[in-house]
Design a protein around this ligand. Structure first.
Ligand SMILES: [Zn+2]
Ligand SMILES: [Zn+2]
Length: 1198
């Protein structure tokens, strides 16, 4: 050391200190590595290092580079946690300029920070350490780090090197996997003597590629040793197959090609020394045949083989093959042969790709794990078909990449850039300039599940790109809450199975040698599907956002009101607008097919089923496909809860509620009359349209038991986790609707809680279990005990069970972590003051208890007697013996929001003020017209108060519903109707069709004879069609009314005096009463405003003219007296004369076909009338003529 310092006597103290540090570093880290044969002392080695450093820094500089500190490799990997760059040769200005330019090119990235480090080490290929993976390493006495080079020379191996310019990229793997070096400038050999590299073998007998190709064609002489020289046209990536690592390259000359297989472990490092376009010479190779590529011979390197980089005959810096594409002006079909393959469901267009070379700048890592990158801001690069590059292969944003023999694909998937370059086993992707930018290190593990799936399922590029898209969205929306990270790819794979059917998958076995070596080239990327699969996965939030915007953009006020709107008063019109529904099928929501993936759960605040992901939650109405609606046993069960499902077919329902004050229909184009609007969004689907992607535990049991039914019935043990619980089996007899109730559990007696009660039949005694039986098959001991009836109360969050409880179904109630059977024992409600209550024993459902729907319960259901009978609509209408409380089913054909009665506040307003406003709509009462699902002429009006419980979605036109526990009433006009009670419950069991828009009655109402209708003997239809003759118009009234108050409107102002009305808005109304006869009997038919013009056969212009004339007088009424028509006032008025004349003309009194509704179901007594037959007079008893309201006039009278 002293001798060494002696040489630098004149240096400053700090320089001497630096010299000591370098000396120490060399002594500790480098000297132990050089063999004694070199015969160097530590001092000599240090001096040699110093001279190399000096030369690298620049000869004109005399001072020592004291700012550079000697760092050992172990220290570098241990302490350097951020990426950095280092260069002995760059000036600060040069670094700044380069950093500025790089940051300008990719503004989202920062340049690598510069550090001043002296880095030296022994360059080796890892074969010495027994891990020959083709990678290069730098080693010193304390550690090693892998390195990448743009171009390397076999001459550098085994040398002690100084690295003048390099990047260090730490890998922040949890295992502390160190990082890697990107060596930018060629390394400088530190050991002074210039060792001559002896490649061995002679090059004189090198054969041309043409000759070798001939030899390979005819050769069965596998013992020949060959030396060949030629240009490299193909380099495959390094492959590891059944423990053997190898790569291959093809040398070409004209049309001839010579494939070379490099299987020798000690030659794997050649992979980094050769590149496409380079001339090389390889000696001592054997000709051999490949088992995987029958009938073909290849060259295989031997242990004695040597690689000689050649001087290239025509040296050019730019590879002649490299395209620089302009993707914008790219005509997609110009150089590709395309054909359309017909598939069973959709027509998927297939294309052939072409092989190209390309050079570009990596601008983005699209998906590191999937091997997807973006080049030049527009071209996608897919490396998934190659084995993953070590350390990400320097594929960082800002790196320049050189691609050879990659497949050019145009629009393989809508979820990737238009142009995708896909590398296969014949392609090489080589970084040609390392990135000066720092980026988050994203390195996929060497066995990314996506790429494993690609290999296992032999996916095409288009399918793989969709899989990557799917994997990304599943991770975002469902991981880790419902899908574990390691399961994401499995789930994505199942979704891929949903969108592709079997025949769209390639089953061809892959043959790697063929893919790499055969001409013409054929691999899984050769053909691809154009933009397929194109199924878009929307998150629940995206769907909700779309619905909330579409619900209002689709709003057309004029289409919400019927043609009769022109004659409606202000109140009638605004009532019409207060509620409307807009439903769209999922397939119509987007130009591409849509799919929704989410988890089914129960919503405790809405008492509904819901689908959710990590972005949002959406309520659902779920029914069985069976539209009849009479049975609910096969409805959605508890096993569905927690299932991850995929929905491809469903209806998006958007209910609109608006508060408006439009004065008349002419103002509908002015949206400022809408004072308040709000919408409810939910989905409607059938259970059979749900595809299970990942089943819940209960669903797995259910599916397993179904399978076991077909094979044997071995009882499997439950969960390995032992936890005692008690259970009770019951059948649900009936359930009430959810409403706000006073419950004893709530602390504050004035707050109401949601709740409902169900009456159940316990099928046995409470049982104790070691393991949770969930929904497993019923054991005999469970049903041994006596059957008792009890009331099960659901309060607060337990109301969530409401949607999965169906009368007639059997359930197992489970209380966990207890062996006390008394917790599930129902108690008789204690009688107060000696009064005995006549109610069933009751049990209050606890929130931690679970319910499971049980299947295979047929043997238990021999007696359904206690399950409430559900009637049809006509039975409710006509049975005189029906009790006052009825349950029935039918199809909704009309829904009307009832006007809020002025002055009546909802009873429970104060109690619900704090509740979620979207759950309860205060004072909301609706009238449903429910049609018999079998006979369309029978319908009943049902008044439902929706304000005493959570909102019931799905009460739409066309929906089949079961109405349980409604009160049957008869009106003054003898019409039967129903109204809801607090215990009433409405269940949607069938969905109306979306496409038709209106849904409702598909079959027209029945044809009726008036005599029959009048008699009332048969079951009366409420609505029917009549074909008859208009005998005469009994009366016709035309009037202008104030749209606000309904008073007569004269000379442009309202005639109301007390108090005066200043409304300037009027509506025209007309009413006609007509006698119609059809041979069997007679009827009085009322026509209202919109049907009067048709009755009078007036066209639009004439009708308007009539209205204009009527405006002057405000009111005109003509009626029949005797055989003529007359008017009380002003009989000479031309308008009156015209009307009288028209009404008695043959144009009006004609054959006509009408759809009518009975105005009153039962009319008064029979009439006695005189009938003349010839000279004889009879007195006969006639039933009263039915009073009908015309709903529609049919133009064809046949
Ligand atoms: Zn290929
Ligand atoms: Zn008025």
């Amino acid at each position: 050391m002293e001798e060494y310092l002696e040489k630098f006597k004149e240096r400053t103290r700090s320089e001497q200190r630096w010299l000591c540090e370098v000396f120490e570093g060399v002594r500790q880290q480098l000297y132990p590595l050089i063999s004694s044969s070199v015969g160097l002392s530590v001092e000599q080695l240090t001096l040699s290092v110093l001279s190399k450093v000096h030369r690298a820094v620049g000869s004109e500089v005399t001072s020592l580079p004291v700012s550079y500190r000697f760092v050992s490799l172990s220290e570098l990997t241990r302490k350097q946690h951020t990426p950095c760059c280092c260069s002995l040769t760059w000036s600060s200005a040069h670094y700044r300029e380069q950093a500025r330019r790089a940051e300008q090119a990719l503004p989202n990235h920062r340049a690598l920070a510069r550090d001043n480090i002296l880095l030296m080490g022994y360059l080796y290929d890892g074969s010495a350490a027994g891990a020959s993976d083709g990678g290069w390493w730098v080693r010193d006495a304390g550690g090693a780090v892998s390195c990448l080079m743009v171009k390397s020379s076999p001459l550098w191996l085994g040398r002690l090197m100084l690295f003048p310019t390099w990047n260090y990229i730490p890998q922040n793997a949890p295992a502390g996997g160190g990082g890697y070096l990107e060596l930018i400038d060629p390394p400088v050999c530190v050991t002074p003597e210039a060792m001559t590299f002896d490649p061995g073998g002679s090059l004189t007998e090198a054969m041309s590629v043409k000759r070798v190709a001939e030899l390979l064609k005819q050769s069965d002489r596998c013992d020949t040793l060959v030396c060949v020289s030629g240009q490299v046209s193909v380099i495959s990536p390094l492959l590891l197959i059944s423990g053997r690592r190898f790569f291959c390259l093809i040398l070409s000359e004209g049309d001839s090609a010579a494939p070379v297989l490099i299987t020798e472990a000690k030659h794997q490092y050649w992979r980094q020394c050769v590149c496409v376009g380079q001339y090389i010479c390889i000696s001592t190779m054997r000709v051999c045949s490949l088992r995987g590529w029958a009938g073909h011979h290849v060259l295989s390197v031997t242990a004695q083989s040597r690689l000689h980089p050649h001087v290239q005959p025509q040296q050019s810096s730019e590879d002649p093959d490299t395209h620089l594409m302009d993707t914008d002006s790219h005509a997609p079909d110009t150089h590709m042969t395309s054909h359309t393959a017909s598939c069973s469901t959709t027509s998927v267009r297939k294309k052939n790709s072409t092989l190209i070379s390309y050079r570009g700048l990596i601008t983005k890592v699209l998906h590191a794990e999937a091997g997807l990158y973006e080049i030049d801001g527009k071209v996608g690069l897919c490396l998934a078909y190659q084995p993953l590059q070590e350390c990400g292969g320097g594929l960082r944003p800002g790196a320049e990449i050189q691609l050879h023999n990659v497949h050019f694909l145009y629009r393989p998937s809508p979820f990737a850039p238009d142009v995708i370059l896909c590398a296969c086993l014949r392609s090489s992707a080589q970084v040609s300039a390392f990135s000066p930018l720092s980026s988050k290190s994203e390195v996929g593990g060497s066995h990314s599940p996506l790429q494993r799936h690609l290999l296992e399922k032999n996916l095409g590029v288009s399918q793989y790109l969709w899989l990557c898209y799917c994997q990304r969205v599943i991770t975002e929306r469902l991981c880790p809450r419902w899908v574990r990270k390691e399961r994401v790819c499995v789930v994505a794979g199942r979704l891929l199975d949903c969108v592709c059917n079997a025949e769209q998958k390639t089953d061809r076995k892959r043959d790697i040698y063929r893919e790499m070596l055969q001409e013409p080239h054929l691999c899984p990327v050769t053909t691809y599907c154009v933009s397929w699969p194109c199924v878009v996965l929307w998150s629940v939030r995206q769907l909700c956002d779309w619905m909330s915007s579409d619900v209002w953009s689709s709003l057309s006020l004029s289409s919400l009101v019927s043609p009769a709107a022109a004659h409606m008063t202000c109140a009638e019109l605004n009532a019409c607008l207060s509620w409307s529904v807009h439903s769209v099928s999922l397939t119509a929501a987007h130009s591409q097919p849509l799919m929704l993936v989410g988890v089914l759960e129960l919503n405790s605040s809405h008492a509904t089923l819901q689908i959710k992901d990590q972005t949002q939650t959406l309520d659902c109405v779920c029914v069985q496909t069976d539209q009849s609606g009479a049975t609910t046993n096969s409805n959605i069960s508890t096993a569905w809860l927690g299932c991850l499902v995929c929905v491809q077919r469903c209806t998006l329902v958007m209910e609109r509620s608006m508060k408006t004050n439009f004065p008349s229909w002419t103002h509908l184009d002015q949206p400022n009359y809408i004072t308040h609007k709000h919408c409810r969004l939910y989905l409607q689907f059938c259970v059979s349209d749900l595809i299970i992607i990942s089943p819940s535990a209960a669903m797995s049991i259910s599916l397993m038991e179904k399978k076991r039914d077909q094979t044997d019935r071995r009882e499997t043990d439950g969960d390995p986790l032992r936890s005692a619980c008690v259970s009770l089996i019951f059948r649900l007899n009936s359930k009430q609707g959810v409403m706000f109730r006073n419950t004893s559990v709530s602390a504050d007696p004035h707050t109401l809680q949601m709740g409902f009660m169900a009456t159940v039949l316990c099928l046995g005694d409470v049982q104790i279990w070691n393991n949770d039986p969930k929904n497993r098959r019923i054991q005999t001991r469970e049903t041994d005990g006596p059957q008792t009836t009890m009331d099960l109360h659901f309060g607060d969050v337990c109301v969530r069970w409401f949607p999965v409880l169906h009368p007639g179904s059997v359930y197992r109630l489970i209380a966990h972590n207890t062996e006390d059977v008394s917790v599930l024992k129902a108690e008789s409600i204690s009688a107060r003051g000696g009064v005995k209550l006549l109610s069933n024993p009751a049990l209050l459902m606890k929130h931690q208890w679970r319910l499971h729907t049980l299947t295979h319960t047929e043997q238990l259901l021999d007696t359904q007697s206690d399950v409430g009978a559900v009637m049809s609509v006509s039975k409710v209408l006509h049975s005189s013996s029906t009790s006052e409380i009825v349950s029935f089913y039918g199809v909704i054909c009309q829904r009307i929001t009832l006007q809020e009665e002025v002055g009546t506040k909802p009873n429970i307003q104060s109690m619900t003020a704090t509740k979620d406003r979207s759950v309860v709509e205060e004072g909301l009462k609706i009238r449903l017209t429910v049609q018999d699902s079998e006979s369309s002429g029978h319908m009943i009006q049902v008044y439902v108060d929706l304000s005493c419980g959570p909102y019931t979605p799905g009460l739409l036109q066309g929906a089949t519903v079961i109405l349980q526990d409604f009160q049957r009433k008869v009106s003054k006009a003898c019409n039967v109707y129903c109204r809801s009670l607090p215990i009433s419950c409405v269940t949607v069991t069938g969905l109306g069709s979306v496409s038709s828009g209106s849904g409702g009655s598909k079959s027209p109402p029945p044809m009726m004879l008036l005599g029959e209708w009048a008699s009332g003997r048969t079951q009366q239809c409420i609505v029917g069609q009549v074909k008859g003759h208009i005998v005469c118009v009994l009366s016709l009234r035309l009037q202008w009314m104030c749209s606000l108050c309904g008073s007569a409107f004269k000379q442009g102002s309202c005639s109301r005096g007390q108090p005066p009305c200043d409304s300037s808005c009027s509506v025209f109304q007309a009413e006609a009463k007509v006698a119609v006869e059809d041979g069997s009997g007679e009827a009085l038919v009322w026509f209202s405003s919109d049907t009067v013009s048709e009755l009078l056969t007036l066209d639009a212009v004439q009708w308007e003219g009539l209205q204009r004339h009527a405006r002057v007088k405000g009111h005109v009424r003509v009626y029949t007296r005797g055989h003529s028509m007359m008017c009380d006032v002003d009989p000479e008025d031309p308008l009156v004369q015209f009307l009288c004349c028209l009404c008695s003309s043959n144009t009006v009194c004609r054959q006509i076909k009408l759809t009518c509704r009975l105005r009153a179901q039962r009319t008064g007594k029979c009439q006695l009338r005189k009938v003349c037959r010839g000279p004889t007079e009879f007195i006969s008893k006639f039933p009263p003529a039915p009073q009908l309201q015309c709903l529609q006039i049919h133009t064809d009278t046949h």
